[in-house]
Ligand binder design. Structure first.
Ligand SMILES: Cc1cc2nc3c(=O)[nH]c(=O)nc-3n(C[C@H](O)[C@H](O)[C@H](O)COP(=O)(O)OP(=O)(O)OC[C@H]3O[C@@H](n4cnc5c(N)ncnc54)[C@H](O)[C@@H]3O)c2cc1C
Length: 418
């Protein structure tokens, strides 16, 4: 089959790679001049699978909203009033009920652990090096936070994930540079979770995909998709391209492309922030990855740099930096590793992520037999991309998928949404 993939982020490139590996002729269209230029560019680089935390967890909405008026908070709102945002937020909050949370986290874990297996296979067979580093700790500042994390920790037990709850003394043995000025209750150590440089990996996978025959078309924005009998036409500026089928992996722009065919999905573009800086004092820098449960901000160390990321902003349609998000990242870094780097001089960055209320992506066919989606990965596509790409390729090729797709396709919304 001659297939098109729209989007050169980690999801699109993974999809193109696995489609080509399955023997298809693949062309990838990307509106920028290279791969990994949008959400896949400056992310936190955590690859899970166990540390992937949904936003909609039991108790989270009230806890997060109680922090909203502080100078530092996990969530920020821009001034724009937008009914679509409130509808999405309401729906997202309803996903934090215990039964919904468990179902969503199970689906996420199924896909994330499959992705991890595929990534390990790729690393070994293709000898990839993208600054991988193992081990992460989730920091609980208070006993109440740990208590609220119990449903998540119970699920980790059910998944068979290796983890250990550490008291501050034991946590400091693993992370000797943790500031003694910041008290905390405990830390959950997840030794098998890993981090790695996402854009570096995407560029390496691009080369592997080109070796398999994938054509990359840069500076090529798809404006609309016209599904037809027996094929699909992609509309670009000044020309049309005909293919047998198309996969939409266009991150936050997927919604607009789907609308050109009358398909509406509950994806909302949530802006997420990161900051990168050179390490100045190596002994005072983190050894592993760390996730601050209060502020939902993570820190990773990649080579000679530290990356801090988190803070979700809603209601913004531009890439301006929100002062609250910047304050939050700096506070968290200062709290845990105050002398490792000059955080105020960091380069701050943000990007829209395609977030679904459940926090679980959609991978599979739409009501048009030649149009497929691989989108809605929110703040977790790096951890989910390999599995999502392989699932997509198996579905299109008509192969039996290696994991159960229950809850991962558009059928979870019933026929109405497809
Ligand atoms: C600050 C931050 C921290 C994060 N941390 C983590 C983390 O630690 N772990 C993790 O797993 N995830 C993390 N994420 C989430 C992760 O980065 C995203 O989920 C992921 O990058 C999404 O990948 P994608 O390929 O779907 O989208 P993108 O990377 O956004 O790629 C979509 C691509 O499609 C292109 N495109 C869009 N429309 C068109 C069109 N019409 N025609 C042609 N091309 C088009 C865009 O230019 C873009 O290159 C983080 C995100 C952010 C912003």
């Amino acid at each position: 089959m001659r297939l098109a993939v729209i989007g050169g982020g980690v999801v699109g490139v993974s999809t193109a790679y696995y489609l080509a590996e399955a023997g298809h002729e693949v062309a990838l269209f990307e509106r920028y001049g290279n791969v990994a230029q949008e959400a896949s560019f400056g992310n936190l680089d955590l690859m899970g699978p166990s540390g992937l935390r949904l936003w909609a967890t039991p108790g989270a909405p009230s806890r997060i909203f109680s922090m909203l008026f502080r100078p530092e908070s996990p969530l920020a709102f821009s001034a724009r009033f937008e009914p679509a945002m409130w509808r999405w937020l309401k729906r997202s909050m309803s996903e934090s009920a215990l039964s919904r949370f468990k179902q969503n986290q199970q689906r996420l874990y199924r896909l994330a652990s499959y992705s991890q297996e595929l990534m390990q296979h790729l690393v070994q067979t293709c000898e990839l090096d993208f600054q991988q580093r193992n081990s992460m700790m989730i920091m609980f500042r208070t006993a109440r936070e740990l208590e609220m994390a119990h449903p998540y920790m119970e699920l980790l037990g059910e998944f068979g994930s290796r983890n250990e709850l550490l008291d501050p003394e034991a946590a400091r043995l693993l992370e000797p540079a943790l500031s003694t000025e910041t008290p905390f209750h405990s830390a959950l150590h997840v030794p098998d979770d890993w981090a790695g440089n996402c854009p570096l990996f995407v560029r390496q996978l691009k080369t592997l995909s080109q070796d398999l025959g994938v054509e990359f078309h840069f500076n090529s924005e798809i404006q609309a998709i016209r599904p037809e009998l027996g094929g699909t036409t992609l509309q670009l500026e000044g020309r049309n391209v005909d293919v047998d089928a198309v996969v939409i992996a266009a991150g936050s722009d997927s919604v607009r492309l789907l609308k050109t065919m009358g398909i509406s999905l509950p994806i909302y573009p949530v802006k997420v922030y990161s900051a990168s800086m050179a390490i100045q004092e190596f002994e005072l820098a983190p050894q592993t990855s760390l996730f601050d449960d209060t502020y939902r901000v993570g820190l990773t160390r990649l080579g000679k740099r530290i990356r801090i990321a988190g803070c979700a902003e809603l209601g913004s349609s531009n890439l301006d930096l929100h002062h609250k998000a910047v304050n939050t990242l700096v506070k968290v870094a200062d709290d845990w590793f105050p002398n490792a780097a000059n955080y105020r001089a960091a380069s701050f960055w943000c990007a829209p992520t395609a977030m679904l209320p459940e926090g679980v992506p959609l991978i599979g066919p739409t009501r048009f037999s030649n149009v497929f989606v691989n989108t809605g990965h929110g703040s977790a596509a790096w951890a989910l991309a390999a599995g999502s790409g392989k699932l997509m390729a198996d579905i299109i090729t008509g192969l039996r998928t290696e994991i159960d797709t229950d809850g991962l396709t558009l059928t979870r919304y019933g026929d109405r949404m497809r």
